[in-house]
Design a protein around this ligand. Structure first.
Ligand code: HEM
Length: 396
C-alpha cells in the first residue's frame, strides 16, 4: 500500500513467510484480489505482479521491465551476468541462441530412452527398501543428471556438476550467500580449465559452443561463460527437481491419479503441464523498472525492483477455469509457469520430457507409494521440497 501524501509504502506481504501449509496459494489468491500489484519491504523493497495479464504485459515490454539490471529478487551481483537471462534485446537474442541447439525439442525427445534409463538406475537401489526420500534420493539427482546429459557435460564431471546444482539449490532455498560464492568459485575454476582445453580441442560440447559464439563480432568473455554455467546450474536444476518432487508428492497423496497415469500413460505429458501450473515450482523472478509507471492503482518508480510472480499468475481466476483445482488432464492452457516472451524458458522441453520420463519409471517401479512423514519445503524464490519421505510396500 502507498500513502499518496508522503509516498511511504506499507508492506502488503512478505515472501519469507509462506502460508501455514507451507505453500503460497492462499496468500496469492488474497493478493490477486486485494492488491494485485503488491509491495514488500523484503530484499530492499520490491513490487510483485500477481495477475496473468500484467505479467504478460511486462514480459512484452523489456524497455520498461529490464532483465539486464536484475533477473531475480533479490538481485545477486556476484560480478558476472547470469546469461542469457540477465540481458535485454538486442543482445539477448544472440546470448540465448548458443543454448537453443542443445535444448531443441527434437534433440531432447531423442534423449527420452536415455532419461528413462537414468531414472531406472536411480530407482533400482530404492526398490530394495521400504522407505526412502523421493526428493533427495530421486528427484534431485535425476534432474542433475538430465541436465548434464542435455548439455553434453563430460561424464567424469557429472558428480561435480551435480554437487554444484545441489549446493546452489540449498543456497538459494536457505539464503546462504557464502555457499553460492563457494559454488561460483568452483565453477570459475572449471570454466578456466575448460576454456584452455577446448580452445585446443574443440568438440560438440557446451564449452566448445561458447567458444565458437560471436556477440556483435566478438567472442564471449570468460566472465560471461561463467555466468552461463551459473544460471544453468540453478535455473536448469531446481525447477525440474522441484516439479518432479511436486509430481511424486501429489501422486503419493492421490493414489487414484497415480492409478490413472499407470493405466493411461499417454496422459502423463498433460499431467506434467498441470503439475507445473498448479504447484508453480519457480515462484517469481525479477526485473528492474526503468521509468516511473502507473500499474492498476500503484505507481512503480524508475529503479524499483519488480517480481513477476509466475506462481500467482498460474492460479489467476480471470485466466483459468477452476484455477484452484488440480485437473490431471486439463486441456492446454496459456500458463506462464515457463515464462512468456523473449525469455520464455529455453529448457522447457528438457523440463517436460525429463519429468514425464521420471514419473513413468517411478509409477512402473512402485505399484504403491505413500507419504511417510513430514516434507521439508523450500521458500521464495522456489517452491519445492528438500525432503519427501515415502513408504513403499515390502518386496516379498
Ligand atoms: C519445470 C521446469 C522449469 C520451469 C518451471 C522453468 C521456468 C522458467 C521461467 C519462468 C523462465 C522465465 C524467466 C524470466 O522471464 O525471467 C525460465 C527461463 C529459463 N530457463 Fe527455465 N524452467 C524450467 C526448466 C528449465 C531447464 C531444465 C533448464 C535447462 C537448461 C532451464 C533453463 C532456463 C534458462 C537458461 C532460462 C532463461 C532463458 C532466456 O533468458 O532466454 N529451465 N525458466
Amino acid at each position: 500500500m502507498t500513502d499518496e501524501s508522503t509516498g511511504t509504502k506499507t508492506a502488503d506481504w512478505s515472501p519469507l513467510v509462506p502460508d501455514a501449509d507451507g505453500t503460497y496459494a492462499a496468500r496469492f489468491k488474497d493478493m490477486r484480489e486485494r492488491c494485485p500489484v503488491a509491495w514488500s519491504d523484503d530484499f530492499g523493497g520490491f513490487w510483485a505482479l500477481t495477475k496473468h495479464e500484467d505479467i504478460v504485459k511486462a514480459c512484452k515490454d523489456p524497455g520498461t521491465f529490464s532483465s539486464q539490471q536484475q533477473f531475480a529478487v533479490p538481485h545477486l551481483d556476484l560480478g558476472f551476468p547470469w546469461l542469457p537471462l540477465q540481458s535485454d534485446p538486442p543482445d539477448h537474442g544472440p546470448y540465448r541462441q548458443v543454448l537453443t541447439p542443445f535444448l531443441s525439442k527434437p534433440r531432447i525427445q531423442g534423449f527420452e530412452p536415455r532419461l528413462r534409463e537414468l531414472a531406472r538406475a536411480l530407482i533400482e537401489p530404492l526398490r530394495e527398501r521400504e522407505t526412502f526420500d523421493a526428493s533427495e534420493e530421486f528427484a534431485q539427482p535425476f534432474a542433475g543428471e538430465a541436465l548434464c546429459l542435455a548439455l553434453n557435460i563430460p561424464e567424469d564431471m557429472w558428480s561435480e556438476f551435480r554437487s554444484w546444482t545441489w549446493n546452489i539449490s540449498t543456497a538459494f532455498s536457505t539464503g546462504n550467500v557464502p555457499l553460492i560464492l563457494e559454488v561460483a568459485a568452483s565453477v570459475r575454476s572449471y570454466v578456466e580449465r575448460e576454456i584452455k582445453d577446448k580452445t585446443d580441442n574443440p568438440g560438440d560440447d557446451l564449452m566448445s559452443a561458447f567458444l565458437a559464439t560471436r556477440i556483435n563480432g566478438r567472442s564471449l568473455t570468460s566472465t560471461e561463460i561463467h555466468g552461463y554455467y551459473m544460471l544453468l546450474t540453478s535455473a536448469g536444476h531446481d525447477t525440474s527437481a522441484n516439479s518432479l518432487g511436486h509430481a511424486l508428492h501429489h501422486l503419493a497423496h492421490h493414489p487414484e491419479h497415480a492409478a490413472r497415469l499407470r493405466a493411461e500413460p499417454e496422459l502423463i505429458p498433460r499431467a506434467v503441464e498441470e503439475i507445473v501450473r498448479f504447484y508453480g515450482p519457480l515462484i517469481g523472478l525479477g526485473r528492474t523498472c526503468t521509468k516511473d509507471i502507473e500499474l492498476r492503482d500503484r505507481t512503480i518508480k524508475a529503479g524499483e525492483q519488480v517480481a513477476l510472480v509466475w506462481a500467482a499468475a498460474a492460479r489467476d481466476e480471470d485466466q483459468f477455469e477452476d484455477a484452484d483445482t488440480f485437473v490431471l488432464d486439463r486441456p492446454v492452457t496459456r500458463s506462464v509457469s515457463f515464462g512468456f516472451g523473449a525469455h520464455y524458458c529455453v529448457g522447457a522441453d528438457l523440463g517436460r520430457v525429463q519429468i514425464a520420463a521420471a514419473i513413468r519409471e517411478f509409477l512402473d517401479a512402485f505399484s504403491e507409494f505413500a507419504p511417510n512423514g513430514d516434507v521439508v519445503r523450500t521458500i521464495w524464490p522456489t517452491q519445492g521440497f528438500r525432503s519427501i519421505p515415502v513408504r513403499v510396500p515390502a518386496v516379498p
